[in-house]
Design a protein around this ligand. Structure first.
Ligand SMILES: Cc1cc2nc3c(=O)[nH]c(=O)nc-3n(C[C@H](O)[C@H](O)[C@H](O)COP(=O)(O)OP(=O)(O)OC[C@H]3O[C@@H](n4cnc5c(N)ncnc54)[C@H](O)[C@@H]3O)c2cc1C
Length: 376
């Protein structure tokens, strides 16, 4: 029997364990992690640099205080993304682990919880043994990045307690398109991506677009993927037909017609019209589709159309959209509104943010709140 059991040793679970012990050192805190090491995902975040928050996030100062308490010095880049000073994600994971050890959190790794239920107290089943806890935090993450341990168990546990789980969808991931992209594979272009639904623009962001053999990738494309959602009941095969993606290779220009006309008058004709404006494979593709027409060429440079047919799946996605609805949890305490002494934190909840530190910030904030509350 323990006072507080935390299922999941990722960002939210570790933040919760630390805050619970700091709030009330007398409470016994047990953290159970399926993998043989805590925080495997944290070590992979931000391409190994751990973009742990963003100056634009609510709750950022609390997070920075928390990390200062762990001895993690941070700094923000020019866009407001916050990283550890050394940009070493594994060191953030280590600092969390060391703090838990110093505070006396009991940790079990290679401890996969397979079932949880509540009678008088919570029963937590781990293969061949059953543990008991007075308070339980589900911090198992979502389904994104399954190699790091999050395979959707938290959704199963939430449902077993009567919670709803909004359909989990992989987001912050590359987008696949119907067009043959093989000739563009490997090219990068500073551009803007625009997502249109039934002809109406619903999302636009500038950044570096990376072309792959099957579609497009890059941070702006990852952010776009959050809005590329299948209507309920529609099959994956033709579900994205209502969407179109447009790539604007010249977001700073209203139109390319005067520029192209000037170049044409200067003698840059045929394929040379687009030389040094876009990379050659893109120029060839645009030139062929526009059949040499300057007006059409200018239009394609501003809105190069692609037809999305899917997103890269769970193994590639960084985040899960969907999960336990936020309205079923008390936002101040993270306690379930359905089951007393049951708490949720992190990606198991139906929250997803854009790239830039918003998702880890959500994990820290909800973990800290749950930890403090459970220890009271
Ligand atoms: C490659 C990658 C890069 C990313 N980079 C960034 C970034 O730079 N900035 C940012 O803000 N966000 C980033 N994210 C997203 C961010 O990492 C997650 O949103 C965040 O880690 C979620 O925290 P969590 O605690 O809810 O879940 P997780 O960190 O996924 O942790 C859940 C833990 O629970 C364990 N677990 C699951 N089921 C069980 C079970 N049955 N029993 C016991 N343990 C279990 C898992 O093994 C895992 O350790 C990235 C994600 C990925 C995949």
């Amino acid at each position: 029997m323990t006072d507080i059991c935390i299922v999941g040793g990722g960002a939210s679970g570790m933040a919760a364990a630390i805050c619970a012990k700091e709030e009330n050192p007398g409470r016994a805190v047990l953290l159970l992690e399926k993998k043989n090491q805590l925080g495997r995902k944290i070590a992979a975040t931000g391409n190994g640099r751990c973009n742990l928050s963003n100056q634009a996030c609510a709750g950022v100062s609390e997070t920075l205080d928390f990390f200062a308490g762990l001895g993690v010095l941070t700094r923000a880049d020019e866009t407001g993304r916050i990283y550890p000073y050394t940009e070493e994600a594994a060191a953030v994971r280590d600092a969390l682990e060391q703090k838990m050890e110093a505070l006396g959190v009991e940790v079990m790794t290679s401890a996969e919880v397979c079932r949880v239920e509540k009678n008088e107290t919570f029963s937590i089943e781990l293969g061949n043994r059953i543990l008991q806890a007075r308070k339980l935090l589900i911090a198992c993450g979502g389904k994104a990045g399954a190699a790091f341990g999050s395979t959707g168990d938290g959704f199963r546990f939430a449902k077993s307690f009567g919670h709803k789980v909004n359909k989990p969808v992989p987001v912050l991931t590359a987008v696949e398109v119907k067009e043959d992209m093989r000739k563009l594979s490997g090219i990068r272009a500073k551009a803007a991506v625009r997502l249109c639904h039934r002809g109406e623009p619903i999302f636009s962001e500038q950044g570096e677009v990376q072309f792959t053999a099957t579609g497009i990738s890059g941070i702006c494309v990852f952010n776009l993927s959050r809005f590329l959602l299948l209507p309920a009941g529609v099959s994956f095969a033709d579900g994205f037909d209502e969407y179109q993606i447009e790539i604007d290779f010249f977001p700073a220009y209203d139109t390319l017609v005067p520029l192209l006309e000037t170049r044409s008058a200067q003698g840059f004709t045929d394929e040379r019209l687009l030389q040094c404006l876009v990379r050659k494979p893109i120029a060839d593709m645009i030139w062929r589709s526009a059949k040499g027409d300057i007006i059409k060429t200018a239009a394609l440079l501003k809105a190069f159309p692609l037809s999305p047919c899917g997103v890269k799946g769970w193994d590639f996605a960084q985040v899960t959209k969907g999960g336990v609805p936020l309205c079923e949890v008390d936002a101040e305490t993270m306690e379930s509104k359905l089951v007393k002494d049951l708490y949720f934190a992190g990606e198991v909840l139906d929250y997803d943010g854009p790239c830039g530190g918003f998702n880890l910030q959500h994990a820290w904030t909800t973990g800290m709140r749950a930890g403090k509350e459970m220890a009271k």
